[in-house]
Design a binder for this molecule. Structure first.
Ligand code: GLU
Ligand code: ZN
Length: 275
């Protein structure tokens, strides 16, 4: 493969595409163009319950309407299960992950925290084996799928230089805890699938929203555990509306569909607004 710039657009077809996502994609496209590089479209459609086929076509149409163009793809995550299973097996063989039987409720109860916002709560370690112990249970695709978590190196500093925001540092075990790599509905987690794909698609720079900064730190641990080459990262500031509410949090009012039906033009929607 070439050693030039390779970026990606990775929408999830869980609903109509949002202006917040589209603007992040626009920045990704501009960066790929500026570097005269490739831009890959990846359809992050693993979540069977939430991803619907009719949204895939709508998503592509909306992206094209917005002016987005890609040089490669779409690739579909749902067609890439063997890659995720191979990565899972490697993590298991290397002792990085363990099965977890806690429900989300168990985790919240153990923390005595009724509500922790949108970030995943720090896992209290209920099912964590003693360090060095490897799990004998085989998954995924076994009779009883279950959750598997990555054991984070408590106290380790995870740092990277972000292309947009500069130096970013988080402490494993304090800013985020043991996170899911495999889910009990027998699917890889977003963290695992995304890391495997970005590495195998030889993405050189990941452009994503700043709401994913902590996910980037989790994924850096996966790159290291799997022996994969880390891409560069560029986290876009989140776009908020006039009331300061994040666009991605609002529903159809700011879907590209709705804006287009209202007669808005892509050229006026792409740029950064003040505030
Ligand atoms: N499909 C993910 C999303 O839409 C991708 C996030 C990312 O890694 O850029 O949230
Ligand atoms: Zn557990």
């Amino acid at each position: 493969m070439s050693d030039g710039y390779r970026g990606r657009l990775a929408p999830s077809p869980t609903g109509f595409l949002h202006l917040g996502h589209a603007r992040t994609f626009w920045i990704a496209q501009q960066r790929a163009e500026a570097a005269d590089g490739a831009l890959i479209l990846r359809n992050d459609d693993l979540d069977r319950a939430r991803c619907q086929p009719e949204f895939v076509a709508a998503m592509i149409e909306d992206m094209q309407w917005f002016g987005l163009r890609w040089s490669d793809g779409p690739y579909h995550q749902s067609a890439r299960m063997p890659h995720y299973i191979a990565a899972f097996e490697m993590l298991r063989a290397r002792g990085f992950i363990y099965p977890c039987t806690c429900s989300r409720q168990d985790v919240l109860r153990a923390l005595d925290a009724p509500h922790l916002g949108e970030e995943e709560p720090i896992y209290p370690g209920t099912c964590r084996p003693r360090s060095g112990e490897k799990s004998a249970i085989r998954n995924p695709q076994s009779a009883i799928p279950q959750n598997w978590r990555f054991r984070v190196p408590d106290g380790d500093t995870i740092s990277f230089i972000d292309g947009a925001l500069g130096a970013h540092t988080e402490i494993a075990g304090r800013d985020f805890g043991d996170f899911l790599v495999w889910r009990k509905d027998d699917l890889p987690s977003y963290q695992l699938a995304c890391t495997v794909d970005d590495a195998e698609m030889e993405i050189t720079e990941v452009v994503r929203g700043a709401d994913l900064l902590t996910s980037t730190c989790r994924q850096l641990l996966l790159y290291r555990a799997l022996g994969l080459r880390e891409p560069a990262f560029f986290h876009c500031p989140l776009v908020t509306d006039e009331k300061g509410i994040r666009l991605a949090k609002r529903n159809d009012a700011l879907s590209l569909r709705t804006l287009r039906e209202q007669g808005r033009k892509p050229e006026e929607l792409r740029g950064a607004e003040s505030g």
